[in-house]
Design a protein around this ligand. Sequence first.
Ligand code: FES
Ligand SMILES: [Fe+2]
Length: 352
Amino acid sequence: MKNWPYKSFPTGWFQIGWSARLEPGEVKPLHLFDQELVLYRTEQGVANLVDAACPHLGGHLGRGGCVKGENIQCPWHGWEWDLDGRNAHIPFADQVHRKHPTIRVKSWPVREISGIIITWYDSEGREPTWEWPGVPEFDDPENFYHPVPHGIHQLGPFPIQPQSIVENAADPQHFYFVHGAGGPASIKEFESNGHHLRAVLNLTFGAEKEATWLTPDGPTVGELETNNWGLGLGLARFKVAGFVAPQIVAGTPIDHEQTYVFSSVGATRLPGDPDVPGGRAAKMMALQHEQITRDCEIWRYQEYIRKPLSLHETEQYMVPVRRWADQFYPDPMYRGRFSEIKHVPEPEEAVA
Ligand code: FES
Ligand SMILES: [Fe+2]
């Protein structure tokens, strides 16, 4: 993104895959955070992420390497590395030299939560300082369709930054122009708490139409609740007339120019609904991928305006959100000028 001010990647949790898309024994080479990495699942089912270069002679563990029990084996000379990245086996070596646990390949923190695989990035290699709570709907198969397999897409690479996705919540005007809402969104709540940013916006769905598949009774005011945990994991939860569609939108840097966008949409499942989502649920899953693609098509040509013109009163949160986002970079721009964002409804506002 032209004029992007940061040189480093932000610290936090980032999506690297979906649990159901990584079978035991599977090995996947990844290029993320401008590094060669390998994601694999052991025979016992543990997902792990390690640097790709084997410490022996630099063979790429993800290019021909394989899972051996709970270890990953290098394709070149067969050295094995355990889940902590320690050397676990050197073939054809004598008793004394067949294992060197002090030699290590870097092993990254990995969690699998609500069917999403995430890793912790910190430019200094520090351990995670917080955990991701996940998405309750994704762990409730009785009442919701899980995004996998029908509601997931890996979009990109796009020349955008993960922060672009976070700034979306502070941009009520674009819902009319980019997403076809009946007008700009109105902000009901907006608050930050450490690494967590939450906003509630109201939007008119099915504007100017007598009936749509989502709004059979005509234009309906629905709610969009956005949650961001750091800059890597965002949840947009759409609620329209009793129907709920939670969408994880997760930006993961490939390098300093390119980002993948992982989109995972779940949807309300009513008693008697088929196993494969149809009707409203299927349409909502397709629609939300299209909507985030529209955002990405705008952001990909965006030039980063360091002092945005927030002239519209509804754009009051754009600069506070950027200051909030600034805390995750090791090279901050706004040092010392951050305070938590607090906008909770006034009593009369809540009633209206
Ligand atoms: S380079 Fe990996 S075992 Fe030799
Ligand atoms: Fe958007």
